[in-house]
Design a protein around this ligand. Sequence first.
Ligand code: ADP
Ligand SMILES: Nc1ccn([C@@H]2O[C@H](COP(=O)(O)O)[C@@H](O)[C@H]2O)c(=O)n1
Length: 246
Amino acid sequence: MENPHLNALDKIQRPFLIGVAGGTASGKSTVCSKIMEQLGQQSVLEHNRRVTIISQDSFYRDLTPEEHKKASRGEYNFDHPDAFDVELMHKTLLDVKAGRRVELPTYDYVAHKRTSEGTTVIHCADVVLFEGILVFYFPEIRDLFNMRLFVDTDPDTRLSRRVLRDTEERGRELDQILNQYMTLVKPAFEEFCLPTKKYADVIIPRGADNVVAIDLIVQHIQELMRPNRTSRRQRNNSDSIVGRPH
Ligand SMILES: Nc1ncnc2c1ncn2[C@@H]1O[C@H](COP(=O)(O)OP(=O)(O)O)[C@@H](O)[C@H]1O
Ligand SMILES: Nc1ccn([C@@H]2O[C@H](COP(=O)(O)O)[C@@H](O)[C@H]2O)c(=O)n1
């Protein structure tokens, strides 16, 4: 007898596009890496990957010389929607959804610009995770996702992680980090990012520490991505993560 749930699942589009939003240093990238790892994809070479991660930070737009001076002083608002090249982001995600290979600019947080050292090629995958502070802000982007996750981590925890990360990895001084956070990052989080939490299908408190939430999401992705030709018994016996040969 036909199983109506299976028929509905069989209609799931590939690639399955997952949006992952949340405040700065909430653990978006870490959550995405854990999802990829649990799907058995972390050690697979990029061109063979069936699960891939794209960062919204790749779509920061080029700055004018004046804006660049402000950025060097920690006074440019990288947390405002206007900081992003929305057109390029939208076109790239449409290409991803159409199963086309895309090239992503590489972003340099120290120089505040896309590097000239080339692009990262993303090949067609079964599951694509798109993470960033404002991935649910733009309606035309938000509407493309098959699943929406919001990583909800305590603001004090986020600030302390950001201080460590920005001093160690992004070449910033403490006073500049704190000034940028208080004057730009925090107000923009409250105005632009936090209100998009309502669009999430799943809210993940404590980010990557929340192993139960991550397990449930992974199980759900695996279930959605099962091939339509196997029986339930075969599916239970299968150890393939995504279950579809390329
Ligand atoms: N659960 C966690 N416990 C400890 N450190 C974490 C945890 N999640 C993330 N971090 C650290 O916090 C920083 C920001 O995490 P990241 O995943 O890059 O956040 P986001 O992508 O939201 O900016 C990184 O240095 C990361 O290693
Ligand atoms: N040149 C830049 C570009 C971005 N930022 C900050 O990065 C944050 C977004 O990245 P997360 O990994 O933290 O989500 C955002 O809050 C920007 O303020 C920057 O400082 N400099």
